[in-house]
Design a protein around this ligand. Structure first.
Ligand SMILES: Cc1cc2nc3c(=O)[nH]c(=O)nc-3n(C[C@H](O)[C@H](O)[C@H](O)COP(=O)(O)OP(=O)(O)OC[C@H]3O[C@@H](n4cnc5c(N)ncnc54)[C@H](O)[C@@H]3O)c2cc1C
Length: 303
């Protein structure tokens, strides 16, 4: 189960929850009885997760939802899904999508086979078909068509800082494994210690500095976010880009420093190496974030 995605989904529900949604969703979440998640990505929209093609049609007191979703973290395990869709005809109007809360077990929520990722296996991602799912209008989040607000005010700050924290943890674990291996290593043919080899010492120094730079940028960005600073989004975009690079660099370095034992297929380091690779491709992807960051520095809207 991925709790980062549960927390982001919860933040989206909480941002504009009605009293009824508070009672039915937020209270059980607060009591630890309900897990939620985001179902935004679709096979056709790729990285542009804010341009869904799934549709919702009003039908009395309900909406009828049709479409396809991909990579739903916690898919098939969560109790509810924050699902994006557009009103038929408004597909080409960027950023006017709507989010609805779809409850687990809804008729027409048809799960695909579990996705077998290279890493991040704990998050259990799956695709789903949305086949005439009936969703009560009471499950509409915010207003119809206002969801681009959620992307930049809720999803991006929560998800990017949560993901950045995960990848700082991966980088820290890579450094810890390297230090443990190097410190404990004794050759049988000489009294020289690996920990005193200048090339190794320098590589450990570079790893420490790389990790701390990324950590400090994340803490700075999170502080701006907490303070509601207008600079927060820029710093948060930059932090996630930087942390992704750091996690990949640190796990690669560790793979070199820990030697053959690190290269073991099911070892801890192989898991860190595989998990780190997801940092660049989990949306907002690094390419997308660089575009948002550059535009934001130039005083342009991110999209
Ligand atoms: C482990 C994991 C968990 C996930 N969990 C969820 C989830 O819970 N909910 C959810 O909704 N989605 C989830 N996703 C989906 C994720 O958001 C998508 O993988 C992401 O949106 C990328 O889409 P794609 O894989 O189709 O890549 P593509 O869109 O095919 O992109 C391929 C590459 O091209 C780059 N690219 C694409 N468009 C542009 C552009 N315009 N400019 C420059 N570069 C571009 C991308 O950055 C990427 O590097 C998850 C993905 C992974 C790997």
């Amino acid at each position: 189960m991925c709790f980062a995605m549960h927390c982001v989904g919860t933040a989206v529900i909480a941002a504009k929850a009605t009293p009824d949604q508070e009672r039915r969703f937020l209270r059980p979440i607060a009591e630890g009885r309900h897990v939620t998640t985001l179902a935004l990505s679709e096979p056709g929209t790729g990285s542009h997760f804010y341009l869904p093609r799934s549709t919702f049609d009003p039908d009395g007191e309900s909406y009828v939802v049709n479409g396809k979703k991909s990579f739903i973290t916690n898919g098939g395990h969560a109790d509810s899904y924050v699902l994006s869709a557009v009103a038929p005809g408004s597909e080409l109007d960027p950023g006017t999508f709507t989010c609805l809360l779809v409850e687990a077990g809804s008729a027409g929520l048809d799960w695909g086979a579990p996705w077998s990722g290279l890493g991040m296996r704990g998050n259990s991602s799956r695709a789903a078909g949305l086949n005439r799912i009936s969703v009560p209008k009471a499950n509409l989040l915010g207003e119809e068509g206002d969801q681009i607000w959620y992307i930049f005010e809720v999803v991006a700050p929560y998800f990017l800082t949560a993901m950045a924290g995960v990848y700082i943890g991966i980088g820290q674990a890579a450094l810890d494994l390297s230090v443990a291996h190097i410190s404990g290593h004794k050759f049988s043919h000489t009294t020289a210690r690996l920990a005193e080899n200048p090339a190794i010492v320098e590589q450990i120094a570079d790893m420490w500095a790389r990790l701390e730079r990324a950590r400090r940028l994340l803490h700075y960005a999170a502080r701006l976010g907490d303070a509601g600073s207008p600079e927060a989004a820029t710093a948060i975009f930059a932090s996630k880009i930087d942390v992704a690079d750091a996690a990949v660099a640190l796990t690669n370095s560790a793979m070199q420093l820990v030697g053959g034992r690190g290269y073991q297929a099911d070892g801890q380091l192989s898991r860190l190496l595989r998990d780190a690779q997801a940092a660049h491709v989990m949306s907002p992807t690094t390419h997308l974030l660089k575009s948002w960051l550059g535009r934001s520095v130039l005083g342009l809207p991110p999209l």
